[in-house]
Design a protein around this ligand. Structure first.
Ligand SMILES: [Zn+2]
Length: 190
């Protein structure tokens, strides 16, 4: 499989959602997590700045993208409602119920991480939304799935599902050494 496209400059992160959404803080936490990883591995890439934009992408659009992308990684045209959102890495905090996903349009310097409702299972479970958001941003950075349910990037075709992130203690699931090495080769030290 070809190496995924990399960000050529730090992606401006746009949180698209509604004021007061508890997931807004989790997006900041996830961005800090990834920037900590980049610092740890000596990579110059940083995500951000992070900006909040009130609004939403229609649930039908997100559900349609999810059905075409999840488990397949198919390239799809960018919907106009995505193109209209400023910034490079859009984290859409939806009230809809679909399988959360991330997809990229490298030519347009744009990525979308779409997060389903935090009121529906499994994101209503403690610690799950935090890791789902970090996981989807991981795809937007260029990582793919692994098959270890103890790790952040576990996913299809492995039987890992987001409910495995449930924890009574807030914690971010880890990466593998191989994933860190992949990030380091995608975003090498200067
Ligand atoms: Zn995934």
């Amino acid at each position: 499989m070809a190496q995924p496209a990399t960000w050529s400059k730090p992606p401006v992160v746009t949180i698209l959602g509604h004021e007061g959404d508890p997931r807004i803080a989790l997006v900041h936490e996830a961005v800090d997590y990834w920037n900590g990883i980049f610092a740890e591995i000596g990579s110059p890439l940083r995500l951000g700045p992070v900006r909040f934009t009130p609004g939403e992408i229609p649930v039908d659009t997100l559900r349609g993208l999810s059905e075409r992308i999840v488990g397949i990684g198919r390239l799809v045209p960018m919907p106009a409602s995505v193109a209209a959102v400023p910034g490079n890495l859009i984290v859409a905090l939806s009230d809809g119920d679909f399988i959360s996903f991330a997809t990229r349009w490298p030519g347009e310097e744009k990525a979308l991480a779409a997060i389903k409702s935090h009121l529906a299972m499994p994101l209503s479970l403690p610690n799950v939304a935090r890791n789902v958001i970090a996981h989807e941003i991981g795809h937007a950075i260029g990582l793919r799935h692994n098959s270890d349910p103890a790790l952040l990037m576990c996913g299809r075709p492995a039987p890992c599902r987001p409910s495995a992130f449930q924890s009574d203690t807030p914690r971010m699931f880890p990466l593998t050494a191989g994933e860190k090495q992949q990030l380091r080769s995608m975003y090498p030290p200067l």
